[in-house]
Write a protein of this length. Structure first.
Length: 154
């Protein structure tokens, strides 16, 4: 009686085996950095943009719930930030030379803004209160980026 082949008994040719084994170092090269210790510190610019996005997302939620943007950022407490300390922590700018953020309520409700990605709602404030060039800004659609020059009292 002939021997029955085993299920899943696959034999690879030698060239295929060599090719498969040659890929192991490449896979290790790609996987090992993600398995090792990671540096979770981000640049102050990235931390600042993350905080700005968080604040703007809370303001968008406020606008969706109330039909208008908050006049001041303090209106986000207690419904969107648990208390004033949490809001102050979010408003503390980690970048050197900057203190906080300046809120600018958009002129219209979110669904009436022509292009929310161009409406600045949150800007960095300098420690000395002067004009900032290449400061960070957050926009009504929730994204943050480097903006052109601006003045905090504008």
């Amino acid at each position: 009686m002939p021997e029955q082949p085993r299920p899943f008994n696959v034999r690879f040719s030698w060239p295929l085996r060599i090719m498969m084994w040659s890929m192991v170092p490449l896979l290790l090269f790609l996987l090992l950095p993600s398995l090792g210790p990671q540096d979770h510190r981000f640049s102050p610019e990235m931390q600042s943009m993350s905080k700005m996005r968080q604040i703007v997302v809370m303001a968008i939620a406020y606008e969706l719930d109330h039909g208008r943007w908050p006049d001041t950022i303090d209106e986000l407490v207690p419904d969107y930030f648990p208390d004033q300390a949490a809001l102050q922590e979010a408003m503390a700018n980690p970048r050197e030379g900057f203190t906080t953020y300046h809120w600018e309520a958009p002129p219209a409700p979110f669904d009436e803004l022509e292009n929310p990605s161009e409406v600045v709602v949150l800007r960095e404030v300098c420690a000395h209160g002067g004009t900032v060039r290449d400061g960070l800004a957050a926009f009504a659609d929730g994204h943050a980026s480097i903006s052109d020059g601006w003045h905090p009292d504008h």
